[in-house]
Design a protein around this ligand. Structure first.
Ligand SMILES: [Fe+2]
Length: 384
């Protein structure tokens, strides 16, 4: 049972999907509701936080508010960028000794992902390596409350966590309803101190989520509505947020885009851009949003013939004639128009990267145009 939608992509109208979203508290100053939210879970709060955010007054004031409200806390912030599995194991071990009632994650996407997985590992669970993949987590962990400080991966509303497997030099995903936060709290004021570069690349990640969901083989109309609004918000507000970090209006708009983009990931998810970005993160530590950004125009060009009318619908939403040019121009304006060679990738690395990317079948299956290893190599060569 399928039909052509007004945007042109054949959609299986019989497809049943699940959209899970944690209860979400959102708005400027929303952080003041944290004590009330945490009280539902207990007094002992294990906080996993970006090392950068722990130095910021906004974090310190929020933490003090918890102490003043009678909570007992422990902060874990020994986290490296692109955190390896060892960071999650260390986090879980420290947490186990603290015996938390609840985990509070405060940070960017990696920190929130670590919080989710550590909250599972702190109990009696299989090894992380055995839970990579879809629905391989056997039971829920300790409750989690997630507070993003970027906009963003949208991790605070997704049932997904991505970790770096250093042994195989690959980023790997875990997908499970048990990775969904018990509560999400989005206060755009946490993003005000985020420097321009991570503002740019996390914003481009949001854009990639929305575009890959909208042009996805498994697109569904309800999620289309979220995706197209996320694309529109990024088109309007990413540049202002990058150029003036204190622009609260732009920050709030980007936080909305990030949540909307995150909501696309559970029911629909991303596709080839994210699959090809995995080896860049795992082996060369290219920030996730930059990896997406530098690959996206090439993948979109490849996908264009398969979903031309969908691309046109997105182009109309952002008031341009050509979506690929729009993405390239935005990327150049915010400084994420990089090349692979800038990250010390050698031409001789490209074939093995293409081989690794083809392993990410859980995302490649979503791509609107079937992807071969030769196609992956051609994309890497174009981005080189
Ligand atoms: Fe992403």
């Amino acid at each position: 049972m399928s039909k052509q939608t007004d945007a042109g992509l054949a959609i299986d109208t019989g497809r049943v999907f699940d959209l899970h979203c944690p209860p979400l508290t959102m708005g400027v100053g929303a952080r003041r509701q944290l004590p009330e939210i945490l009280r539902d879970f207990g007094e002992r709060v294990f906080i996993v936080a970006d090392p950068g955010i722990t130095k910021q007054p906004i974090f310190q004031e929020t933490h003090q508010q918890l102490l003043d409200s009678g909570f007992q806390t422990q902060i874990f912030s020994k986290l490296t960028p692109d955190p390896p599995i060892e960071d999650v194991l260390a986090c879980a071990e420290v947490a186990r000794a603290f015996e938390p009632a609840v985990f509070l994650g405060v940070g960017g996407g990696s920190t929130l992902d670590i919080t989710k997985v550590a909250a599972i590992l702190v109990g009696d669970s299989p090894a992380v390596e055995e839970m990579f993949g879809i629905n391989l987590i056997p039971h829920p962990g300790i409750p989690t409350v997630l507070v993003p400080t970027t906009a963003g991966t949208g991790s605070e509303v997704t049932p997904i966590a991505v970790l770096s497997d250093e042994t195989n030099q690959l980023k790997k995903g875990l997908v499970s309803p048990y990775l969904l936060a018990n509560r999400a709290l989005v206060d755009p004021e946490f993003c005000l101190t985020l420097p321009a570069a991570p503002t740019a690349y996390t914003g481009m990640d949001t854009l990639t989520h929305a575009i890959e969901a909208y042009t996805n083989r498994f697109a569904v109309p309800l999620i289309d509505a979220l995706a197209i609004e996320a694309v529109r918000l990024v088109a309007t507000f990413l540049e202002p947020a990058v150029h003036d970090g204190n622009d609260l209006n732009a920050r709030y708009a980007m936080s909305r885009a990030s949540v909307l983009g995150g909501l696309c990931l559970g029911p629909v998810n991303t596709a080839a851009v994210h699959a090809l970005a995995y080896p860049l993160g795992g082996r060369f530590h290219v920030p996730h949003g930059v990896a997406n950004s530098l690959l996206m125009p090439h993948v979109l060009r490849f996908n264009y013939p398969a979903v031309e009318e969908r691309f046109q619908a997105l182009a109309v939403a952002v008031e341009t004639n050509d979506l690929v040019t729009f993405v390239e121009t935005l990327s150049a304006k915010v400084g994420t128009d990089r090349s692979l060679r800038e990250f010390k990738v050698q031409a001789s690395d490209l074939p093995s990267m293409a081989r690794d990317a083809m392993q990410v079948t859980r995302l490649l299956k979503n791509n609107p145009r079937t992807f071969s290893e030769e196609d992956a190599l051609a994309i890497y060569e174009a981005a080189f």
